[in-house]
Design a protein around this ligand. Sequence first.
Ligand SMILES: Nc1ncnc2c1ncn2[C@@H]1O[C@H](COP(=O)(O)OP(=O)(O)O)[C@@H](O)[C@H]1O
Ligand SMILES: [Mg+2]
Length: 405
Amino acid sequence: MRILTFTGKGGVGKTSVSAATAVRLSEMGHRTLVLSTDPAHSLSDSFNLPLGAEPTKIKENLHAIEVNPYVDLKQNWHSVQKYYTRIFMAQGVSGVMADEMTILPGMEELFSLLRIKRYKSAGLYDALVLDTAPTGETLRLLSLPDTLSWGMKAVKNVNKYIVRPLSKPLSKMSDKIAYYIPPEDAIESVDQVFDELEDIREILTDNVKSTVRLVMNAEKMSIKETMRALTYLNLYGFKVDMVLVNRLLDMQENSGYLEKWKAIQQKYLGEIEEGFAPLPVKKLKMYDQEIVGVKALEMFAHDIYGDVDPSGMMYDEPPIKFIRTGDVYEVQLKLMFANPVDIDVWVTGDELFVQIGNQRKIITLPISLTGLEPGDAVFKDKWLHIPFDLERQGQHKRSREMHKA
Ligand SMILES: Nc1ncnc2c1ncn2[C@@H]1O[C@H](COP(=O)(O)OP(=O)(O)O)[C@@H](O)[C@H]1O
Ligand SMILES: [Mg+2]
């Protein structure tokens, strides 16, 4: 199943572009599902049709769904919620409040992502279009499994080494301690959710079937946020294959008091094309009305893709490369707009850590590199190069061994 994820700031046109892409895919014969994970749903407004929390048929080959995150959350998280509610209430938090506190920010969207796996294994669709919440939120969530894989190991270990042994001689424990031990079904659902998130991370970073497309406007704030988004997406291994600049004023038309805006947009457009190269940048004009209904979406799709099939790979370059030249092995990470001052690189065991600001990526190293220290990382031509000198380090290792002998 081909997965196309659209992301960008609020109001830039993500939903319109997602819906238009889905319409086009269906017309090209791909069985398509367009799924909105943005709690502020607007897919139904875009199609001008009522949509439910299960796929609704729009036309031949096309279904759409607005996930009801609360229902999905209840299904997957119920036993954990019950446990947390008990703990919070024991601390004196009132019932409703305690219930609310068991839902962490962004969690609703996280649970809608779990649907990806369900639709992939069901095999009913050839293409899945994801219309996501504004950049910051989605990014954080998309990267969550990566960040959490650490926490996940920790939770599982706590469970294995502390909770399980403790829960046996329950009778001998004081009531107070026993009260705080999570019940087996809560531990199981935490385990299961983490496992599924890991699967979803794999699906979304597979780089062959899944790509991300960034929607933006030619405005300072939108550009900044999109640049940041692209850096983090690359850091986490998501492949971005297209940038769409939406709502551009038509240069041929007289725009009255908006004339000044044209010059501003043109200036930013230049910056965007230069900055995001070699990614393809698609320019989309501002229509004189809202884009609503299948007919209007078809027109919009034509502006976006011409006669090209949207399921194609618009730009094909993996965000992480492992390259060996002689005795120097390089891990290369495409980071586009990262500020070298903010980048931190270190190795622990077989894991390479790359940190930018407060975002961290963990890359599992090939076996031949484990135990080696990375050389100085260099940021050039939008790529972070992290060298490992096999020869030098080999000598290093040997001399250490000799020392020991
Ligand atoms: N190129 C465009 N020309 C005119 N109206 C547009 C264009 N792109 C989007 N819109 C309109 O702008 C509004 C917001 O777009 P939407 O796709 O919902 O943005 P987002 O999902 O990013 O919040 C909608 O009413 C939509 O019809
Ligand atoms: Mg939207």
